[in-house]
Design a protein around this ligand. Structure first.
Ligand SMILES: *[C@@H]1O[C@H](CO)[C@@H](O)[C@H](O)[C@H]1NC(C)=O
Ligand SMILES: *[C@@H]1O[C@H](CO)[C@@H](O)[C@H](O)[C@H]1NC(C)=O
Ligand SMILES: *[C@@H]1O[C@H](CO)[C@@H](O)[C@H](O)[C@H]1NC(C)=O
Length: 278
């Protein structure tokens, strides 16, 4: 601040002197002549007096606080340059950080989009799985008699048994009116029968697949209870049928205790490419 005031004072003095000389309409030569001629005068002209006063003022002022204005100015300039450099460095750092943040933002956005896509893919997958699982929910169990008790048979010919007492029938693939199970999808299925009766007439039933006997459960003893069971895993195509037939000249008994039953369920579905030949 002091330095500035000094400079201003000096400038003022200089401008004042020049102004006076210009106003007087004198050229350099005339000025110097005037100065030299005036040297001997008793009362010097106003111009010189003022100039002398001004320069004395400024010198005195500057001598008090700052002995070397130029040195101070140089120092100031150096500091300003230094600060400018620092600001430039900071600006560079800020720009770099901004770029880093922008890069991070982009990365985050990309990752979030990917995660969202994964989630929606998962959701879609789950919907499909749930649908697929619902298709796979196939299981049934049925007892022979809906009410009462008694024997079925013996007959001279084989007959298809209708297990009317439905205990479970998920997927409704078993028909309690016809006694026939129809495969709703290609897969490996488990079937099981239990046969119960009393001697001396034998008790026997077979599991059939599409008109062919697959397994038989057979029991025979002269008296008291007869019981037998069997089971089989079958590979079924869509629409294949499975049912139980009573062996000729045998009988089967049931009451509300569900002694004689027919059960089946899907173990797992099969695709075209891994279907086993049977
Ligand atoms: C989402 O599923 C589509 C279609 O199946 C697939 O192209 C994409 O790569 C999956 N995205 C992810 C993140 O798994
Ligand atoms: C099953 O049959 C066997 C003989 O074949 C007999 O010993 C057993 O008691 C019977 N079980 C029932 C529950 O009737
Ligand atoms: C036989 O099955 C029916 C129908 O599910 C049931 O009400 C009954 O209690 C069962 N009988 C026995 C002895 O479990």
């Amino acid at each position: 601040m002091k330095a500035l005031i000094c400079i201003l004072l000096l400038l003022e003095t200089f401008v004042f002197v020049v102004q006076q000389q210009v106003d007087g309409g004198l050229n350099e030569k005339e000025i110097s002549q005037q100065i030299s001629s005036e040297d001997g005068r008793q009362n010097p002209p106003q111009t010189d007096t003022l100039r002398a006063e001004a320069s004395t003022d400024s010198q005195q002022y500057c001598d008090l606080g700052i002995p070397d204005i130029h040195a101070a100015l140089r120092k100031l300039a150096a500091t300003v340059t230094e600060q400018k450099g620092k600001i430039r460095e900071l600006t560079t750092t800020v720009t770099e950080q901004k770029e880093n943040i922008r890069a991070l933002e982009t990365q985050l956005r990309d990752e979030m989009n990917k995660k969202n896509e994964e989630i929606s893919n998962l959701t879609l997958g789950q919907v499909e799985l749930r649908k697929e699982n619902r298709d796979r929910e196939i299981a049934f169990s049925a007892g022979l008699r809906e009410s009462g008790d008694g024997y079925i048979g013996p007959f001279t010919d084989e007959i298809t048994l209708t297990y009317r007492n439905v205990i479970t029938n998920i997927g409704n693939a078993y028909n309690p009116i016809t006694g026939v199970f129809t495969a709703p999808l290609k897969g490996a299925y488990m079937f099981r029968i239990s046969v119960f009766s009393h001697g001396p007439t034998a008790s026997a039933a077979s599991i059939y697949k599409n008109g062919e006997r697959v397994v038989i459960a057979y029991a025979l003893q002269p008296q008291r209870e007869l019981n037998a069971s069997n089971g089989v895993v079958l590979i079924l195509e869509v629409g294949d049928v499975v049912y139980v037939r009573l062996w000729p000249n045998t009988r089967i008994f049931d009451n509300n205790n569900n002694h004689s039953t027919f059960s089946g369920y899907l173990l797992f579905p099969l695709r075209e490419d891994n279907l086993c030949k049977m």
